[in-house]
Design a protein around this ligand. Structure first.
Ligand code: SAM
Length: 203
């Protein structure tokens, strides 16, 4: 299952989702603890982009936000947990973000950057196979990112996964899919509210 070819990811991939999330976070405000689940976290760029979005939206390096980052692949989760990346991986971030959220490596770590501890502490990394019959985590989540993994499953399997994810979403929470994924075969479970952003379908 530790298949490298399917781990493609990047910081702020499909950037408009992070703008939508920032709006949700600002609307929730600083007081309420916010829970986000990143369900195919790969090597960590996605959950760290979520943490940066939270830090910026709530104007704090230690916002009241908890991010659960899961993946089936334990090797990518180790990379994610370490939070160390070749400098080119953060090329597209602006200079202020690079300075604020990363430390440059020296000596043996030259050419690499490490995510700051505050961002890493916002995130728990755990193995999870989306095909498992039951998910052990407790909701509700204010946002669930499950991007660019459903494409590997057929429609009945996607429905099955959505059926396990949706109950973990708060009634006004948001579900984010990859830009090439759509769930018009599952409108009884999730309802599209814009470009690859969904809510739980009200019952
Ligand atoms: C193409 S990456 C997408 C990463 C990230 N979500 C993004 O959009 O940039 C797909 C990820 O899904 C994970 N994955 C594949 N099958 C899975 C499964 N059954 N359960 C959980 N994760 C899975 C892979 O290990 C990989 O890290």
């Amino acid at each position: 299952t530790n298949a490298l070819t399917t781990n493609l990811t990047s910081f702020f991939r499909e950037a408009h989702h992070f703008e939508v999330l920032a709006e949700l976070l600002k609307a929730r405000g600083r007081q309420t603890p916010i829970k986000i689940w990143c369900a195919a976290a790969s090597t960590g760029e996605e959950p760290y982009s979520l943490a940066i979005t939270a830090a910026e939206a709530l104007d704090s390096l230690t916002p009241s936000v908890k991010i659960l980052a899961t993946d089936i692949d334990t090797q990518v989760l180790e990379t994610a947990q370490a939070g160390v990346y070749p400098e080119e991986r953060v090329d597209k971030l602006d200079d202020a973000q690079k300075r604020r959220y990363f430390r440059r490596g020296a000596g043996a770590n030259a050419g690499r950057v490490r995510v700051i501890d505050e961002l890493r502490e916002m995130i728990s990394f755990r193995p999870l196979n989306l095909l498992d019959a039951r998910y052990p985590m407790r909701g509700p989540f204010d946002a669930i990112f499950c991007r660019n993994v459903m494409i590997y499953f057929d429609k009945p399997t996607q429905r099955d996964i959505l059926g396990k994810i949706a109950p973990l979403l708060s009634p006004d929470g948001l579900f984010f899919a990859g830009h090439s994924e759509s769930f018009f075969h599952a409108t009884d479970i999730v309802t599209s509210i814009g470009r690859t952003v969904y809510r739980r379908t009200a019952r």
